[in-house]
Design a protein around this ligand. Sequence first.
Ligand code: FAE
Length: 525
Amino acid sequence: MNRKEFIQKTGLGFSALFFLNSSYGFSSSVLVDDGLVEKPIVIIGSGYGGAVAALRLCEAGKKVCLLEMGLNWEKSGEQFSPMINPGKSAAWLKKRSIAPFMNVFSMKPYTGALDRIDFEHIKIWVGRGVGGGSLVNGGMAVVPKKAYFETQFPQLDADLFYSKYFPLAQKELEVNLPREEFLKSCSFYKFNRVGEEQAVKAGFKTMRVPNVYDFAYMEDEYAEKVPRSALAGEVIYGNNFGKKSLDKTYLKKALATGNLEILDLHDVKDFVLNTDHTYTLNVNQIDTQGVVRRTFKIRCQKLILAAGTMGSLELLLRSQHINHIPLDKAVGQNWGNNGNFMTGRNWVNAFSGGTGFQHSTIPVGGIDNWDDPKHSFFTEIAPLPMGLNAATTLYLMINKVDKPGEVTFNPETNYLDLKWDLSHTEKMKKNAKYFLRTMNKANGGTRSHLLFHNGFGHDICYHPLGGIVINKATNAFGKLNLHENLFVVDGSLIPASTGVNPFLTITALAEYCMENLLLEKNFEV
Ligand code: FAE
């Protein structure tokens, strides 16, 4: 459609033409309060899916506007804070810190990098800011088991994923491995050495876990040649150095094309489907205290949802409720917590120096029990970087999701409802009990009764997935059913679990979707 046809079809009047003149030619700033801005392609959310979509579209010569509700931390000049001293970055507009435990810190509300969404039986942590979850996550970049990938995605060509899209995702995300010699000698990895030794003694298989944290930088940190980040307790409130978050990889490359405009602190509330198959978004521009400073509309020809599993579901279900956009009944189905289940052990190596005073925040070890049909799980050996030798090991277990949840919209709260209760995590708890029993029998130690719920964190979720599942709620490449110009490319495409930490899978899926959507000429604007 050319510009004249676009104006005719969408029925824009004279006043709207004014905005078209000023902004269709790709302006970097929003023009007016309560006005209408035209953008050919809009992406909502700057996490893994959004960053991949931005790069591939910009490389193809498309002008892209990326809306992110969180802050552009790099541009703002604000620092990320360490776990033991939560500052501005520690929580999204909360009065108290929101770590998985020890929330004794009160805060002044600020658009921080970490958010927590609370439901009755589960708490979901997500990243906010340019880079999405990559700002706050542990950087673990794990390829899922091929057999499990085939089970979860029967319609996808697994060979192609393992030969092409996973390697591409690893390359673009700059995934690397630590040197074994470094891990053996670094005092900050005692917790991992003890964790692995005890797992092996208990008969479990351990594995080295690749990461996007630059391990060469970490070695320099250890040698005190550069400022410390992973070795200074920085991670879930952001890393000031070392981590190759998306703002340093995909988004940086996309910006270098000159085709990407990123608008941070822009929160999309809902959107309307116009008769000509374009979309009009209702957008709030907020300040760092969360106060709405400007509301306006953006009309686009192509809309890509990459607001993360909870964000994309919220946008779709609210827009269905308020603006009657059509939705396939598969939307909201097949939601899962990626089998997340936190647990921990006390008195670990208690009589031989415990787990060390200093912990690197970046996990490097995993326990792979996936192929045990009775107790199938993968677990990360997680650090506890609180500056004390608690002789405690934390584990973020990843299990299968036998019973997926369902997400719906609640008009009374104007937010999502989640059908998810203790019955959904029952099997995960059995696995955790088995794991702790086996570890403690071989090594001594007890369940961490003081952490979580008597040692079991069934309600801790870092990996919300599903609800807009590929090939169910969308076509084979993420185009939403019943829509021509609406696409989804984030974690919501994955049906409930991927068997390992998910961002590599999300990135690979987004690469696959974008390549095919571009081949299909879906993005002619
Ligand atoms: P995501 O990265 O969440 O990005 C969505 C973006 O959309 C965010 O920046 C939002 O602020 C933005 N947004 C949402 N709603 C709106 C709206 N209405 N308007 C404008 N913007 C909006 O999505 N995964 C791993 O693989 N390895 C790890 O080591 C790991 N550790 C983790 C540790 C923590 C503490 C957390 C919270 C997560 C961790 N994850 C890890 C999970 C991983 O970060 C997550 O699966 C991905 O970030 C999800 O990617 P998406 O592209 O789906």
